[in-house]
Design a protein around this ligand. Structure first.
Ligand SMILES: [Zn+2]
Length: 459
């Protein structure tokens, strides 16, 4: 038996690990590589295996860097089942459809580009997605199920986004018994809405994410104070607040916090817009699964009967509804995609509001180097949006502490919950974050290894 690290090896995205079990092969995740044109071009590289020979896929959660290449796998002949949490199927559906639509619009854009190298068609289309979705089989947390003869799997709560899973794999083949744990992405302890990450009791081998293996997050309470001060102290006759939003996870946490603090932050003075069809769909799925929320959210739900309790919250589904927000003028809090300002409706809002010094842009998540969001955080006084030069006078804020990934204290706490100091293989992190976590884990773990892309480990 061995495991091969195909994706998210010494990098953050493209999660995909291959379990070879005698004659059977199982994929843990089949995610998209993200982060700039050059890196993303690798998504079109052939798989290092024949997709027709993969027996099953186990999917930790719906984020596109974990599920985004599933339709490509199906396009190339995969015919097995994809096991995931039962409510994760709904989130995976909207994210994969969005991914196909995005690929189609990029391909259309490339068609009109003079650059011949960019003219390859989309990786997959909506038909591939629609063929993939019926293959998803849902399971509740903590319920063992058979993936193949001799291979049992169950999901524990990873506390990262709604229904994200830690994957436990138990293998029984002839006299051999092995327990593999794949962390998926791990959330922060004590974050709102989501329950805390669960540690499995035992493991022989742990494959663990390390995104923030070198970082401590800003205190959540301090972040909320900053957010409250900004909203309360801004003049609704003169200001607009724009928040670049990540559709699944961060948008719902933000709405939850706005609902919870509506009175305290005097939110009745503002009109609040969720301007992202994907975030609107994801929010509906979140609110439909409130029975999976943590105790604090549960108590709030009982108090208000519905959530979020924001009578002045508006959903902008169509492009026309989005344009009407811009014409509203001042007094709006606009939560719009994409979170990294790499595209989407946020660009239209930024183009209109950046030049006014009374306006605010509020960043709640990681901004990749070279992107528009990072340039704004770094203090650029002029940026280019849609081929137009825009002066930056608006006030730029970063609110830390709302990350969907745990910091190194969270990661260590999760690992320490597993008995017996099992060996750890670090994935899903930049090399510096991995090395920092490796150093911190060495006192707690028997062995910590950072696999190379394509490396095979026998167990
Ligand atoms: Zn994730």
């Amino acid at each position: 038996m061995h495991i091969e690290f195909f994706g998210a090896a010494r990098e953050v995205t493209g999660s995909c690990h291959i379990l070879h079990l005698g004659g059977d092969t199982i994929l843990l995740d089949c995610g998209m590589i993200q982060g700039g044109i050059e890196r993303e071009a690798r998504n079109a590289d052939p798989f290092p295996f024949d997709p027709r020979c993969i027996d099953a896929v186990v999917l930790s959660h719906a984020h596109i860097d974990h599920c985004g290449r599933l339709p490509l796998l199906v396009k190339h002949g995969f015919k097995g089942s994809v096991h995931t949490h039962q409510a994760s199927r709904a989130l995976t559906s909207i994210l994969l459809r969005d991914s196909a639509n995005l690929a189609a619009s990029r391909a259309r854009h490339a068609e009109s580009s003079p650059d011949e190298t960019s003219k390859e068609g989309p990786l997959y289309d909506l038909r591939d997605v629609e063929r993939t979705l019926p293959m998803l089989i849902g399971h509740p947390y903590r319920h063992w199920f058979d993936v193949l003869p001799g291979v049992k799997v169950r999901f524990l709560d990873a506390g990262h986004i709604l229904v994200s899973g830690v994957v436990e794999v138990h293998l029984h083949q002839s006299d051999t018994h092995r327990r593999i744990v794949f962390s998926g992405d791990l959330g922060q302890y004590d974050s709102p809405i989501l329950r805390d990450p669960e540690s499995p009791r035992e493991a022989d081998l742990v494959v663990m994410e390390s995104t923030y293996g070198d970082r401590r997050h800003k205190d959540r309470a301090r972040s909320l104070l900053e957010l409250g001060d900004l909203i309360r102290d801004s003049d609704t006759n003169r200001s607009t607040i724009v928040v670049p939003a990540f559709a699944v996870g961060r948008s719902q946490e933000l709405l939850y916090q706005l609902g919870k603090h509506a009175g305290e932050w005097a939110l009745h003075r503002w009109e609040i817009f969720l301007d992202s069809p994907l975030a609107i769909e994801a929010t509906a799925i979140y609110w439909r699964h409130q029975h999976l929320f943590d105790e604090e959210a549960d108590a709030l739900r009982r108090e208000f009967e519905s959530m979020p309790e924001l009578p002045n919250l508006h959903f902008a589904r169509t492009a026309d509804e989005s344009k009407r927000i811009s014409r509203l003028g001042k007094g709006a809090i606009i939560i719009a995609g994409s979170g990294t300002c790499g595209g989407g409706r946020i660009l239209h809002h930024l183009k209109i509001m950046l030049s006014d010094r009374e306006n605010h842009v509020l960043f709640t998540g990681y901004q990749p180097p070279g992107g528009l969001g990072r340039r704004l955080i770094d203090g650029a006084d002029k940026v280019w949006i849609h081929g137009q030069s825009v002066e930056v006078n608006a006030q730029i804020h970063t609110i830390g502490g709302l990350s969907a990934h745990g910091d190194y204290e969270d990661l260590l706490r999760w690992y320490r919950g597993i008995q017996g100091k099992p060996p750890v293989y670090l994935v899903h992190g930049d090399p510096a974050a991995m090395q920092a976590l490796q150093f911190r884990l060495t006192t707690a773990a028997a062995k910590v290894h950072i696999p190379e892309p394509g490396e095979r480990i026998s167990f």
